[in-house]
Write a protein that binds this ligand. Structure first.
Ligand code: DX5
Ligand code: ZN
Length: 226
C-alpha cells in the first residue's frame, strides 16, 4: 500500500473577513489538515497572523492545525502553540544552530505535538539529513517563504527525492510536505518525487469549487505514484 496523500489548505489564502465560514468550508471540502503560516516580518518580509487567531480557528474546527513557523525565535512560543491547539509545529532549520534545533524538536514532541523541519529553497537535503529520524515531517519549500500565490520552483523536485531516499533508511513513515505554488499542474510531479502532504493556498481557497479542486488534486497525487 502506498503512502496516504493529504491536502493542507493554507489559511493565508482564505477570506479573513469570514474566517469561521472559511474554516468550515475547508472542512466540508475535504481538507485533511489546515496549514497556518505564522510570519514575523523578520525571518520573512511579511507579517501574517498569530496565536490568538490559531486558537480561534481551533475553536471552530476539528481539523489538525499544521503550524508553519516563519519566525526567528520559534522556540519562545511552543507552549503557546500547544495551548492554541496546534497539531504540528514546523521550524525552519536556519533560524538556530543544530544542537538547539534538536532540543526544540524534542520539546515540541514532549508537549504532545508533531515536530517538523522546513527547508528554504537554498537549503540542501544534506543539511537536514541528521534531523530526519527526529521529525515526523520535513517541509520542502517550493517558493521563497513569505507570500502566497508565487510560482512553483521546479528545481526543488530533486531535493524532495533526496529526502525521500534518506528517509527510506532512517524514518520510513516520514511525511514530506511541499509548500508554494502547488496546484493541479505541479502536484503530480511532487508526489512522484516523494511528497505526500500538499499545502495548497491559492489552488484551494481561491478555486471556484474548493471541494472539486481538493479532490482533483488528491487524485492526481494518488495516480502519480501508481
Ligand atoms: C508561503 C507560505 C505558503 C502559502 C502558499 O510562504 O508558506 O503556505 O500560503 O500559498 P500558495 O499555495 O498560493 O502558493
Ligand atoms: Zn506555509
Amino acid at each position: 500500500m502506498g503512502r496516504e496523500m493529504k491536502t493542507a489548505p493554507s489559511i493565508l489564502a482564505c477570506d479573513f473577513l469570514h474566517l469561521q465560514d472559511e474554516m468550515i468550508r475547508a472542512e466540508h471540502a475535504g481538507a485533511d489538515w489546515l496549514h497556518c503560516d505564522v510570519m514575523d516580518g523578520v525571518y520573512v518580509p511579511n507579517i501574517s497572523f498569530g496565536f490568538d487567531i490559531i486558537s480561534k480557528i481551533h475553536s471552530v474546527t476539528n481539523l489538525p492545525l499544521d503550524v508553519h513557523m516563519m519566525t526567528s525565535v520559534p522556540e519562545k512560543y511552543l507552549q503557546v502553540l500547544k495551548d492554541a491547539g496546534a497539531f504540528s509545529v514546523t521550524l525552519h532549520n536556519d533560524v538556530m544552530e543544530t544542537g538547539k534545533l534538536i532540543k526544540t524538536l524534542e520539546e515540541i514532541k514532549s508537549l504532545g505535538m508533531k515536530a517538523a523541519v522546513s527547508l528554504k529553497p537554498k537549503v540542501s537535503a544534506e543539511e537536514v539529513e541528521a534531523l530526519i529520524p527526529l521529525c515526523s515531517m520535513v517541509l520542502v519549500m517550493t517558493v521563497e517563504p513569505g507570500f502566497g500565490g508565487q510560482k512553483f520552483m521546479e528545481d526543488m523536485l530533486p531535493k524532495i527525492s533526496a529526502i525521500r531516499n534518506m528517509a527510506e533508511k532512517t524514518n520510513p513513515t516520514l511525511d514530506i510536505q511541499v509548500d508554494g505554488g502547488i496546484g493541479t499542474g505541479t502536484i503530480g510531479a511532487c508526489a512522484r518525487a516523494g511528497a505526500n502532504v500538499f499545502v495548497v493556498g491559492t489552488a484551494s481557497f481561491r478555486a471556484p469549487d474548493m471541494k472539486a479542486a481538493l479532490s482533483e488534486m488528491k487524485s492526481i497525487a494518488e495516480q502519480a505514484v501508481l
